[in-house]
Design a protein. Structure first.
Length: 394
């Protein structure tokens, strides 16, 4: 792999502590992993739908087999509201769990991290999303994804929604101790859920590479993740029981999560946050709508990286300018989202052109952290032009 910058002139750090247990039927190793910890009170965190699945019941039985008292918090919906933090905090502060196990999609795993932190930090729960320091590390966290793509299984990040605005908390205390990634668990996911979660891994990988804080380690992880998503996501979408495809997408999720937790994400995520909640969209499909437009916009600013991206996803960049390569990569993403039946324009979402200026304002006011990570710094006018392209289509 060629490096798109001189590593001798750029210092970087990379840190990703979760122990990852990966592979088909790896869930059978849960008792062995739990035996590495001493606990008498265990908490399972999940959502109302996942908590009724056979996979959840299997995990609950295996935790119970350790002899621990097992409690459950199953109120976590997709895109959870910040108000759910109060009942969670009250519950865990009374319970004082000694291990927390999150089972489900990204939101369930996010809330398992919060359950751990809130059990030992006594301030008002929402305050930690508004700058209050997390002073104590809570009990160990075990994450078990039932969907592949969010990367939450390995990241120290949790996201909630506050009056339509997504807020993120990133702190080392949120790192899972162990993640068990069993691709066979995701076989029960619907095609729509498979598409939205899986495309998120593609977006994480792309944005980690484009981020101004990317480095050779994160690039290696992201480029491998890109190749896996492009090889396997459409297969998993078309045939949910394809274990090879499920394994490929699960691996992409882990690798992309390991990458972006070190580099941060950039403009596509920030843009997506300006319409995802108002349109009640799944997270991955909201970001994938913005992704190809921003890739084309960023391409002239990342000539070396855009060629690395093209190579990873099977696009022939020979003889093309960076701008042309950017459009070819964008076209590849459009082809994928068309196969996955994901929206490709803001008009597809029913957003009127008159709403675009307010969305630009929302981005600049509430989500500017994503702009700071972007390699090309857009002006307000360029952002409005970008939103116009997203409304009409390239």
């Amino acid at each position: 792999m060629s490096i798109s910058f001189d590593i001798l002139n750029r210092a970087f750090t990379y840190y990703c502590p979760p122990r990852t247990v990966f592979g088909i039927n790896s869930i059978s190793r849960l008792p062995d992993e739990l035996n590495k910890f001493k606990f008498e009170r265990a908490l399972l965190v999940s959502g109302p739908k996942v908590s009724k699945t056979k996979e959840y019941l299997l995990v609950r039985d295996r935790v119970s087999s350790t002899g621990a008292n097992v409690s459950e918090f199953t109120m976590v919906e997709s895109e959870p509201e910040i108000s759910v933090l109060n009942p969670l905090a009250g519950f865990v502060r009374r319970l004082q769990p000694e291990i927390v196990i999150g089972i489900g999609g990204g939101s369930s795993m996010d809330f398992s991290k919060l359950a751990s932190v809130l059990s030992v930090n006594e301030k008002e729960p929402a305050s930690y999303f508004r700058g209050e320091p997390v002073s104590k590390k809570g009990p160990p966290i075990v994450t078990i994804p039932t969907l592949a793509g969010t990367g939450s299984e390995v990241t120290p990040i949790s996201v909630v929604v506050d009056n339509g605005v997504k807020l993120a908390l990133a702190n080392h205390a949120l790192y899972p101790s162990v993640t068990i990634v069993d691709p066979s668990i995701s076989c029960g996911a619907s095609p729509a859920a498979t598409a939205s979660a899986g495309i998120d891994a593609l977006c994480h990988a792309l944005e980690s590479i484009m981020s101004v804080d990317s480095n050779p380690v994160s690039d290696s992880l992201s480029l491998t993740a890109l190749g896996l998503v492009c090889s396997y996501l459409e297969r998993a979408y078309c045939n949910g029981s394809d274990l090879e495809a499920r394994t490929g997408v699960s691996a992409a999720s882990v690798l992309a999560g390991m990458a972006f937790q070190a580099t941060g994400l950039c403009l596509p995520h920030g843009i997506a946050y300006t319409y995802a909640t108002r349109c009640s969209m799944p997270h991955g499909s909201s970001v994938s709508l913005a992704e190809p437009y921003v890739v084309a916009f960023n391409a002239p600013a990342i000539p070396g990286k855009i060629r690395m991206i093209a190579s990873a996803i099977g696009v022939d960049a020979s003889g093309l300018s960076p701008t042309e390569v950017g459009f070819e990569v964008a076209s590849k993403i459009f082809d994928m989202t068309e196969t996955l039946a994901l929206p490709q324009t803001l008009e597809d979402l029913g957003i009127d052109e008159s709403e675009l200026e307010s969305m630009v304002e929302d981005l600049l006011r509430n989500h500017y952290r994503f702009v700071t990570k972007n390699p090309r710094k857009p002006s307000r006018e360029e952002l409005l032009d970008l939103y116009m392209d997203m409304h009409e289509g390239l």
